[in-house]
Design a protein around this ligand. Sequence first.
Ligand SMILES: Cc1cc2nc3c(=O)[nH]c(=O)nc-3n(C[C@H](O)[C@H](O)[C@H](O)COP(=O)(O)OP(=O)(O)OC[C@H]3O[C@@H](n4cnc5c(N)ncnc54)[C@H](O)[C@@H]3O)c2cc1C
Length: 243
Amino acid sequence: MRRTVHVVGAGLAGLAAAVRLAARGIAVVVHEAAGAAGGRCRSYHDPLLDMMIDNGNHLLLSGNRAALSYLEVIGSTSGLAGPPAADFAFMDLASGERWRLRINSGRLPWWIFDHNRRVPGTTVADYLSFARLLYAPREKTVCAAVECAGPLYERLARPLWVAALNTDPKEASAALAGAILRETLGAGGKACRPLIARDGLSPVFIDPALRFLGQHCARSLSPTIRSRSLILATIGWRAATMM
Ligand SMILES: Cc1cc2nc3c(=O)[nH]c(=O)nc-3n(C[C@H](O)[C@H](O)[C@H](O)COP(=O)(O)OP(=O)(O)OC[C@H]3O[C@@H](n4cnc5c(N)ncnc54)[C@H](O)[C@@H]3O)c2cc1C
């Protein structure tokens, strides 16, 4: 008997799971409660502007292997755009001070030895202390594993952890921070290039996934979720509202 996997939610996580399953020839049904797929990462029509806009800026670092492999499978990698190097302009809104963080592309982090490339007011030892996050146990928070004070924390680490973990570093998992470091700063500037969806979030992250699923799961639906949910049909991705 052929199995069908039901995925609840057509956000990036649900779509990524569905795409993986469909690529293996497994029948998938994706259930979505909202009127459109994409969840927190999508484009929508704004009636006031009368144009498609994204729900917010989304920045992907080039070392994010899971996201990039998802885009590769759905054939959308070319929709990403970004500068050739990891070169970030910073401005401290309180003092007006500006600086640039320029991470050299290879794994050997010689940028931390160059005061023109690193955060002003920081030392090489500050950056080396990041290594403690790479081996931090699961139960530790970021601030229990590394010092959460000083110029490196205020000017780089804190904004990075808040953006990437969506949690205050006093509560955020050190192990997760370590995983991010391993894929980005620890892998060199090649893995830290900022990438954005050039033509919008849905055209790059969502619509190609729906097309991929439509092409790979030729099986009609037998909806099982009787909540107010939208079923994205595997055949042609026709949408039907279920009560
Ligand atoms: C403004 C903004 C900026 C962001 N910037 C970045 C960024 O720069 N870089 C980055 O990596 N991330 C960023 N994020 C975070 C990123 O968008 C999310 O982490 C990601 O989209 C979450 O995907 P998800 O599938 O886990 O959850 P969601 O996107 O929340 O998807 C969950 C889906 O499940 C549906 N659902 C829930 N319950 C049910 C149910 N019972 N039945 C059917 N459907 C259900 C919901 O309607 C939704 O569509 C940003 C988010 C926002 C809002």
